[in-house]
Ligand binder design. Structure first.
Ligand SMILES: [Zn+2]
Ligand SMILES: [Zn+2]
Length: 341
């Protein structure tokens, strides 16, 4: 492939404005790969960059094809795969235990501290690239990130505390909530009922079509809705909304030994420790992104459930229309939104 010297990249100015500027195409140094980006998904965590601006090129849910490799690398040119957000050191105690999402010496968050995947080319350290199947499309490969990766990791965290789960509540049906939903259907089994709340009818309809039991909390109380679904006391809950009210409501309906996993950043929550935790032996657990070593399992699941999982991607835009893509995404009537190069 011919690699140009410069590229057009979106610059996030702030106040919800994106323009295009020229940047040099970086060259891979030792241990680095240059990817031709195929696709990058929009994420709610980019709200700060869209409204506050960004000095780097955003984009942390990218998949691309290796087009150049520096010395000391072994990934073949032409390999296709996603980029792991966190550039982990590989040597600290967390990394040696496999917890690469909790590296003590993290070098970068691609798309936040270093240029990310909304550019035509992205330079990454080789350790964060995961070579997937060459026949995957860009939008399919990025399902391995926030959708399957973050969604699956929540359930792993949950099952550390509570191995047998017979009912699940998800608060928030944005891309992460939908990701937890599809991974729950796959990992916990079709038979486990998964209730999912939101206030946006579009998202609730999508959740329903993916096998979730939708609850419109703009028009129903959570206990009443769970009651009518036959799961008044779910075994577990995952909060993807980041909202205190949602977390509090989830704890209040959890069964004894219930577990709340918090994955959506945002507000706080106040615990009545005796009632919420001690006497009921409930737990509140955090879950951040996922571990690099979860990629192979998720790739195997993606191969098996490709069509089902792909239904999460509801909107695709060429990168030239990234401004519109963000406006549509933040208006709320979408599942996963992807821009393609
Ligand atoms: Zn994200
Ligand atoms: Zn480390």
């Amino acid at each position: 492939m011919h690699i140009p010297d410069t590229m057009r990249v979106p610059r996030f100015l702030g106040d919800g404005r994106i323009v295009f500027i020229d940047k040099p195409v970086p060259q891979p140094g030792p241990g680095q790969l240059l990817l031709a980006v195929k696709a990058n998904a929009l994420c709610g965590s980019e709200r700060g960059q869209f409204y506050g601006g960004s000095s780097v090129t955003p984009g942390h849910e990218a998949a691309g094809v290796v087009v150049a490799a520096g010395s000391d690398t072994s990934t073949p040119i032409g390999a296709l795969g996603p980029v792991f957000l966190m550039d982990f050191c590989g040597r600290c105690r967390s990394c040696l235990a496999g917890a690469t999402n909790q590296c003590f010496a993290k070098r970068a968050d691609y798309g936040f501290t270093h240029d990310g995947g909304y550019a035509p080319f992205e330079l990454v350290n080789e350790n964060v690239f995961f070579a997937a199947d060459a026949d995957l499309t860009g939008p399919e490969a990025i399902l391995l990130l926030d959708i399957m990766g973050t969604g699956g990791h929540c359930l792993d965290r949950l099952r550390l505390v509570r191995p047998e789960i017979e009912s699940l509540l998800i608060t928030g049906a944005g891309p992460i909530g939908l990701g937890v939903l599809v991974m729950a259907k796959i990992m916990l089994g079709e038979a486990v009922p998964v209730a999912i709340t939101d206030v946006v009818p579009y998202r609730l309809d999508l959740a329903s079509s993916l096998g979730g039991l939708p609850i419109d909390i703009a028009h129903a109380s959570l206990p009443d809705a769970l009651d009518s679904l036959g799961i008044p006391r779910p075994d577990a809950a995952v909060d993807t909304s980041g909202r205190e009210a949602a977390r509090r409501a989830a704890i209040d309906v959890l069964a004894q030994r219930g577990v709340l996993v918090c994955v959506g950043h945002g507000e706080s929550v106040t615990l009545d420790v005796s009632r919420d935790l001690i006497s009921t032996e409930r737990a509140v657990v955090g879950s951040e992104y996922f571990r690099y070593d979860e990629f192979p399992r998720n790739l195997a699941l993606l191969r098996k459930h490709r069509a089902y999982l792909s239904r999460i991607v509801t909107h695709r835009f060429p990168v030239a229309e990234i401004q519109r893509a963000f406006e549509v995404f933040f208006a709320g009537n979408t599942g996963e939104v992807v821009v393609e190069q």
